[in-house]
Write a protein that binds this ligand. Structure first.
Ligand code: SAH
Length: 369
């Protein structure tokens, strides 16, 4: 067996002491353990890291979001002070590109104070470096609840997929919560709690309720979505972009990635990325429950096209060498494409806005049904 890392030792100790561990506890420790978590100990992004995200693929992504923020601020009546909050800002690339694009609206730039919500000291250091030359004030917070009150525009790209999920497996006598234990061979294995989850069926939408035996259902705590909705209910709007599904469905999406390749989610805890698809249905419901109006989800490709990615690409290409122009085309295809390597339809965008803001840019076809 490969050498056991410090986080694996700790998880084994906890399982030995308290029995099998729920999936959300395992995922939470793997990603966010203050000492040994995947995010807390490294910068995993970029071509040389474990995975790449839309803002790292092309500056166009952050720029269009900067224009989105500017347009929302105008719809809010151009307040003299506006908080721009980003959840899980990674390397700070999206924010840097967004604020550069917002230079077209100096009054907006002058109104902005940036609040970054980040648990990772390693990524915070990277964000400080990326945003070093900004003249705009930037503050860091460990959670959304620590950001001071006030009208806000909130962005979350590939944030919710990193929040821990729970899993349940359907069997003859109902749904059983999935856990992680230690198998006969000494390795981590999935097990289930012997007693079924009480009244679980009643909480499920009809499709997963009717699923066959052995189906897996995943869900996350609503707490961050509700905090986000609560803020927007006092003014502003939020944009959530992530990979996932528009309607709740069964299916296991927990996945692990290390060095741009899929890995076993129960291997190398703390050293590989763990994510699970975002179920936009409960996410929007939780945000909307606090008083805002929800829009979408729509496909990322549609949002980016409506925000003008094709025009932006053409402008950048007109000033570029042939090699750079080919890179811009490749980035455009990656961000909006529908094939296996495209993010265009796997990724979805949803927004929530205070009723006074009206429809956020890109969501013009109307509120979510
Ligand atoms: N939005 C960035 C990074 C996505 S990776 C991009 O698109 O490139 C996920 C980000 O969320 C990282 O910055 C990670 O450190 C942060 N993160 C993960 N769990 C978090 C939590 N519970 N609270 C705050 N930040 C978290």
């Amino acid at each position: 067996m490969a050498e056991i890392g410090p986080l694996e030792k700790e998880i084994r100790r906890r399982i030995a002491a308290a029995g099998p561990m729920p999936v959300d506890e395992y995922m939470g420790l793997c990603l966010a353990d203050p000492e040994h978590g995947y995010y807390t100990t490294r910068d995993p992004l970029g071509a040389r890291g474990d995975f790449i995200t839309a803002p790292e693929i092309s500056q166009m992504f952050g720029e269009l979001i900067g224009l989105w923020m500017t347009a929302v601020w105008k719809k809010m009546g151009e307040p003299a002070n506006i908080r721009i909050i980003e959840l899980g800002p990674g390397r700070g690339t999206l924010m840097k590109d967004a604020l550069r694009a917002a230079e077209v609206a100096p009054a907006f730039r002058n109104a902005v104070v940036v609040h970054l919500v980040e648990i990772s000291p390693a990524l915070k250091a990277q964000q400080e470096e990326t945003l070093e030359h900004l003249v705009i004030p930037v503050y860091w917070h460990p959670s959304l609840n620590d950001v001071p009150e006030g009208p806000a525009i909130i962005i979350a790209n590939e944030f919710f997929d990193a929040l821990p999920i729970k899993q349940a497996v359907k069997s003859e006598d109902g749904w059983h919560e999935r856990q992680i234990g230690i198998g006969d061979d000494g390795k981590f294995v999935f097990t289930v709690v012997p007693a079924p989850l009480q009244h679980f069926d009643r909480l499920l939408p009809p499709a997963p309720r009717a699923a066959p035996r052995e189906s897996i259902f995943e869900w996350r705590s609503d707490s961050v979505a509700m905090d986000l909705g609560r803020r927007v209910a006092r003014g502003g709007a939020a944009l959530v972009i992530d990979y996932g599904h528009a309607a709740s469905a069964v299916g296991e999406t927990l996945q692990a990635v290390g060095q741009h390749a899929y890995a076993d989610p129960l291997s190398a805890p703390g050293n590989i990325d763990l994510t699970a698809h975002v179920d936009f249905q409960p996410l929007l419901r939780a945000m909307e429950a606090m008083g805002g109006t929800a829009y979408g989800p729509i496909e990322q490709s549609l949002l980016l096209r409506r925000l003008g990615i094709e025009t932006r690409a053409a402008t950048l290409k007109s000033k570029a060498t042939r090699a750079v122009a080919a890179g811009i085309d490749a980035a455009l295809a990656r961000l909006t494409g529908h094939g296996r390597t495209g993010m265009g339809s796997l990724f979805k965008a949803a927004a929530i806005a205070h009723p006074s803001v009206g429809t956020p840019p890109g969501f013009e076809s109307g509120p979510a049904a």
